[in-house]
Design a protein around this ligand. Structure first.
Ligand code: NAD
Length: 258
């Protein structure tokens, strides 16, 4: 019987790359996003290629939406094996200008979203009496703190911490909790980060320069593709990773060394 995976924030970007890889690995996949239009388009494209997928619209920062997401996955495919807390948002602001609404928005999605997704998935695994795998989107920003990215980095450090705590508490149920920590991938997220860094540079930076400056430090001399991230998530979703839990693994081409 095929395994079943949920990937949040998978209408586009890294989430879509992860969903496509898990489909290739033989999973039935539940795609999920807050952006209904792009989600429907992606689901239609994948179904057109014969993939066994459904789409569920929801907001990861809502515990109710996360439990609805798991319910929909189980009612369609009968069970849950893997839950990828991928959805996340960015913010670029000089430290002295960080405001409450930015802290609330980023933490609500990146941190609360990961907690509520983990809870919804773990409750289902415990109900099933099976092992389960929870895989969180962390980042190089969960290991290192970068200028102008304070709120984002703090939220990803929190994701790494919750990965550790959840791994310790859920291990007795044979549930593993790990995180993938990408470096610099050219998704819409980095398009927004680049534009915001240009805006805050008072004319010092041109469009594309912040991205070029960050990628210049990558030892393997190329920016990241969604498939680079999906390779790691594929391993973490497979039985091969059964003895690994509580790890936040870097996949960044050699940028942050831990
Ligand atoms: P992206 O912005 O390109 O895509 C994120 C997706 O999540 C979008 O489809 C968006 O609609 C969805 N989303 C946003 N808020 C949501 C919410 N509240 N509920 C449900 N869906 C929501 O981002 P990406 O680059 O694909 O990043 C994916 C994950 O990887 C994020 O957690 C991000 O922090 C992390 N990450 C990305 C990079 C990178 O270089 N792109 C590096 C490190 C970590």
């Amino acid at each position: 019987m095929s395994k079943v995976a949920v990937v949040t924030g998978s209408a586009g970007g890294l989430g879509r790359g992860i969903a496509e890889r898990l489909l290739k690995d033989g999973f039935k996949v539940v795609l999920h996003d807050i952006n209904e239009t792009v989600l429907n388009k992606t689901v239609a494209e994948l179904q057109g290629e014969g993939a066994d997928v459904i789409g569920v619209v929801g907001d990861v920062s809502s515990a109710k939406d996360q439990s609805n997401l798991v319910d929909k996955a189980v009612s369609k495919f009968g069970k849950l094996d893997v839950f990828v807390n991928n959805a996340g948002v960015d913010a670029v602001t000089p430290f002295l200008k960080i405001e409450e609404k930015e802290l609330e928005r980023v933490f609500k999605i990146n941190v609360n979203g990961t907690v509520f997704g983990t809870q919804a998935a773990a409750k289902q695994f415990i109900k099933q009496g099976t092992k389960g795998k929870i895989i969180n989107a962390c980042s190089i920003a969960g290991h290192e703190s970068f200028e102008m990215l304070g709120t984002y980095c703090a939220s990803k450090h929190a994701v790494r911490s919750f990965t550790h705590t959840a791994a310790k508490e859920l291990a007795k149920h044979q549930i593993t909790v790990n995180a993938y920590c990408p470096g610099i991938a050219k998704t819409e997220m980095w398009d927004r980060i680049d534009a915001a860094m240009v805006k805050h540079s008072d004319g010092q930076l041109k469009p594309g320069e912040p991205f070029a400056n960050f990628t210049a430090g990558i030892a393997l001399q190329r920016y990241q593709q969604p498939s680079d991230v999906a390779n790691l998530v594929s391993f973490l979703a497979s039985d091969e990773s059964d003895y690994i839990t509580g790890q936040a693994i870097l996949t960044d081409g050699g940028l942050v060394y831990r």
